[in-house]
Every structure is written in structure tokens, then in C-alpha cells.
Design a protein around this ligand. Structure first.
Ligand SMILES: Nc1ncnc2c1ncn2[C@@H]1O[C@H](COP(=O)(O)OP(=O)(O)OP(=O)(O)O)[C@@H](O)[C@H]1O
Ligand SMILES: [Mg+2]
Ligand SMILES: [Zn+2]
Length: 454
């Protein structure tokens, strides 16, 4: 049995290999293997009388998961599926500086666990830093305790001592166990520590939030490895230089993963955005050419978002296409469809598309809006005022059905829009009439004609 064996670990998925590999056979990532020294202790499993532990599933007490603890933020409760499930393990991931610690500290302030205090454990910030943040966020809560420690063995002691009901680990990448020779943040540390935390939190029914960093390229030992181990995975996303932050559930053992919470990062902390549409289209000034409103769906909620396109003659060489908040490939594809189906000459035109407010529009239902904005800018003809466009565009130029059409129409109606351009096939099945002019279009040609762009 070799004592200090060297193994190679994939930083993406934690797959291990005795030799270095360029490509991970488990997850397919390139160049993610790195060397790790490992002392594997094969613990002798305790021999228990296992048959005595087998119980009837119907007889297992069901108290756990029944009552939820409200976080004090409706946006977050919705994403969690109604609140925190006591004793659950939650992973909150996000890029550095996006606002993870801020959001969690605010939750610590609002959340009320009857059975014990809240313990905020930080391995990356000192007590002074956290208390400065608390001061800025106007948090003064005697129920929150702070521990600046990164050693999991000491943390375990503290937990046994203080018996908290709610623990924050900020962040998992800074924590280490002295049993493991690898550096903090390495896959084996992260995995081991999470397993330890999981054991503590499940045994004592402590609700735990683990904060994890993810980088853009995802090369560090990311929370990806952890996602399998925890109950709930939330991601806090947003463009760095915009103030909106989206909280997205990507895994939830106690609820749906469709929901999205919207926050705004302000001086006084994360503020819930309960009327996103109003906010996102509030800066629209008149209806200039190239601007369009689309109704997107975030979770079960519809949001109106402004989309802008600028089409201008290419100075030289290849035309540029850039999409901010929309997928580049989608944009290129839509432009190709417009060229082919409308006979528009866009090959000598640069096209820039931008989603206002730093939001992302990944949904194909935004296609019709993108197409209209591009053509509107190209022809320099504004789209009809009070128009909302909804629809996916296929390769042959057809406008395809989208889901939850009614919700989108209602959102448009609520915000005072007068016309909704929707897929023809959606219109056929639509029962909702409402107080809004609903126009069904079958293809891009029809859509352009309806908007006087042809
Ligand atoms: N005085 C302030 N006013 C407004 N916003 C601030 C102020 N101070 C900090 N912020 C915002 O808070 C962000 C940092 O938040 P926070 O520390 O919660 O993020 P984090 O995700 O925990 O970051 P890290 O990865 O560094 O732990 C900054 O990027 C900045 O946008
Ligand atoms: Mg932080
Ligand atoms: Zn891998």
C-alpha cells in the first residue's frame, strides 16, 4: 500500500485517474486534470446489525420537510419551493463579487429558526469585514453569531458547542480538513468537507447554506462536484456591471427548479424586485427604430424586456454580429433566416443586439422580437408603439408556438400594451381574449407585413 500516492483529479467532475489525462473520460472537459497527493485511509466500516435498521417506508416519520421556514424574502422562498426545509443542505453558487455573502447575511437577519441561533462561518472574511457589511445593510441581530475559521474540525467543535439551527459556510473553497494533504479548494478537499458538513447537518438537522465560487471558465474545483451531494443548488447570476441579480434554482429536492428570483443590488443590499417588467421597460423613451418589447418567461412568471438592435453598414471586411444577453449563434441564425426569407441584404451590415438592463434572453420565444428589432433598425422604421412580440422562429422562417402564451399576453396587458404579436398556432388554441389586440402570424413575412416593415 503506497503511502503518499499521487493521483490526478478532474477539477470539473472530480473523476480520478492514476495518470494525467488531457481529456476527462467522465465529463469530457479538456485540460482539467491536476495532480493531487492523497493519503487514502480505508476506514474500517463499523459493523452494525444492518437488518435491524430496515424500516417500512410508510412508517418513517414524515415531519421533516413538512413545515418550511420563511427566509423573509418572497423571491427566495419561491425559488426554494416555499421556504427553507429544516435540516436541508443548500449550495449557493455564483461568480466572485456577485453578492452571495450579502444576500446570505440579509437572510440570516430575517430568517427565524426557533431551535437555535444562526452561525455564520467565514473562511475568507474577518469578523470586522462582516460586521462592516452588516452595518451597511443595517443588520443588528443578536441571533447571528460569527466564526472566522476555515478548519472543519474546529468548526465541527464550534457547532457541537453552540448548537446552531442555521449555518452558513462562506465559502466551501476556503475550508480545509487537516486530514487531507491537498490544498483548500482542491476537489478532494471540497468533496471531503462537503461530506463532513452533510453528515453534521443531517445528523443534527441543522439547515445549512454552503457558498461556492464559480469562475467563468469553471476551471477551479467548482461546486459542480458538490451539486450531487446537496439537496438544493441555487445560482446567483447577473452581469457584473448591472445591478440586477437573478437567483436560479438548478436542483431542488423539495420543489421545482423553474423558479427565478429577481433582486437588485443596491447600496443597502439586495432588494427584491417584485415588478420586474415595470422596471425593465421603464427607461424606454418613445419607440425608436430597433427597439422592441418581448415577453419572456422566467420560471413561472412572465417578464417584459426591452431588446434593441443596431444595424449599420460594415466599414470593411466581414460584418460583425454581437449579441449581449442573446446567444450569438441564435442571432447569426436569425439573420440568415431574414436574408433568405425576406431577401434582405444583411451581409454588408454589422448587427448588434442588446438586452436592456443586463438581462439574458435565452428563450427561443424572443426570436420574433430579435428579428423585428433587426429589421426595424435596418429599415430605420420604428415598430408600432405598444407592441409586444412573442414567438420562436424556425429555419424556414415559420413562427413557432411558445409555451405559456397566456401568461405572457396577460403581462403585456397588465403593463398597458395594446398589441401582441404571437404565433398563429398559439392564437388558434388561445382561449384568453382579454383587452388586448392579439395578432397571430405564421411566418416572418407575415410578421414584417403586420408591423409595416415590408
Ligand atoms: N457600499 C456599497 N454600495 C453598493 N454596493 C456595494 C457596496 N459595497 C459592496 N457592494 C457590492 O457588493 C458586491 C460584493 O458583494 P458580496 O461580497 O456579497 O459578494 P460575494 O459574491 O460574496 O463575493 P465574494 O466572491 O468576493 O465572496 C460588490 O461587487 C459590490 O457590487
Ligand atoms: Mg463573499
Ligand atoms: Zn471530468
Amino acid at each position: 500500500m503506497p503511502k503518499n500516492q499521487i493521483i490526478y483529479v478532474c477539477s470539473q467532475c472530480g473523476n480520478e485517474s492514476p495518470k494525467w489525462l488531457g481529456k476527462c473520460p467522465a465529463c469530457g472537459s479538456w485540460n482539467t486534470y491536476y495532480e493531487e497527493k492523497i493519503v487514502k485511509e480505508k476506514g474500517t466500516a463499523e459493523r452494525k446489525n444492518i437488518t435491524s435498521q430496515i424500516v417500512k417506508l410508510s412508517e418513517v416519520p414524515k415531519s421533516e420537510g413538512k413545515e418550511r421556514v420563511k427566509t423573509g424574502y418572497d423571491e427566495l422562498d419561491r425559488v426554494l419551493g416555499g421556504g427553507l426545509v429544516p435540516g436541508s443542505l443548500i449550495l449557493l453558487g455564483g461568480e466572485p463579487g456577485i453578492g452571495k455573502s450579502t444576500l446570505i447575511l440579509q437572510i440570516c437577519d430575517k430568517v427565524k429558526f426557533e431551535s437555535g441561533p444562526t452561525l455564520y462561518i467565514s473562511g475568507e472574511e474577518s469578523g470586522t469585514q462582516i460586521s462592516l457589511r452588516a452595518e451597511r445593510l443595517k443588520i443588528n441581530n443578536d441571533n447571528i453569531m460569527f466564526l472566522g475559521e476555515a478548519n472543519i474540525e474546529l468548526i465541527e467543535e464550534a457547532i457541537n458547542d453552540k448548537k446552531p439551527a442555521f449555518i452558513i459556510i462562506d465559502s466551501i473553497q476556503t475550508m480545509y480538513s487537516s486530514d487531507i494533504p491537498a490544498a483548500p479548494g482542491s476537489v478532494s478537499q471540497v468533496r471531503e468537507i462537503t461530506a463532513k458538513i452533510m453528515k453534521i447537518c443531517k445528523q443534527k438537522a441543522i439547515t445549512t447554506v454552503i457558498i461556492g465560487h464559480v469562475t467563468k471558465d469553471g476551471t477551479i474545483a467548482g461546486p459542480r462536484v458538490l451539486e450531487h451531494m446537496v439537496d438544493t443548488v441555487l445560482y446567483l447570476e447577473g452581469e457584473r456591471y448591472f445591478s440586477y441579480r437573478m437567483l436560479r434554482g438548478v436542483k431542488n429536492r423539495f420543489g421545482s427548479t423553474n423558479e427565478v428570483g429577481l433582486f437588485e443590488m443596491r447600496e443597502e443590499g439586495m432588494v427584491e424586485v417584485t415588478n420586474p417588467s415595470e422596471l425593465l421597460i421603464s427607461e424606454r423613451d418613445g419607440n425608436p427604430a430597433g427597439s422592441v418589447i418581448v415577453a419572456t418567461l422566467e420560471g413561472t412568471r412572465s417578464m417584459l424586456i426591452e431588446l434593441q438592435a443596431l444595424v449599420a453598414r460594415t466599414a470593411f471586411g466581414l460584418p460583425r454580429r454581437t449579441g449581449q444577453g442573446v446567444e450569438y449563434n441564435r442571432l447569426v441564425l436569425l439573420i440568415a433566416v431574414l436574408e433568405k426569407k425576406l431577401g434582405m441584404q444583411l451581409s454588408d451590415q454589422d448587427a448588434y443586439v442588446n438586452v436592456v438592463g443586463g438581462m439574458r434572453l435565452d428563450e427561443p420565444a424572443a426570436d420574433l422580437g430579435i428579428a423585428l428589432a433587426v429589421v426595424s433598425s435596418f429599415k430605420n422604421i420604428p415598430l408600432p408603439k405598444d407592441l409586444v412580440a412573442i414567438g420562436e422562429i424556425g429555419l424556414t422562417g415559420e413562427v413557432r408556438v411558445v409555451n405559456s402564451i397566456e401568461k405572457r399576453i396577460k403581462e403585456a396587458e397588465k403593463l398597458g400594451f395594446k398589441t401582441c404579436l404571437i404565433p398563429q398556432n398559439n392564437k388558434k388554441q388561445l382561449k384568453y381574449k382579454g383587452n388586448i389586440n392579439i395578432i397571430g402570424v405564421a411566418n416572418v413575412n407575415e410578421a414584417m407585413k403586420t408591423c409595416n416593415l415590408k
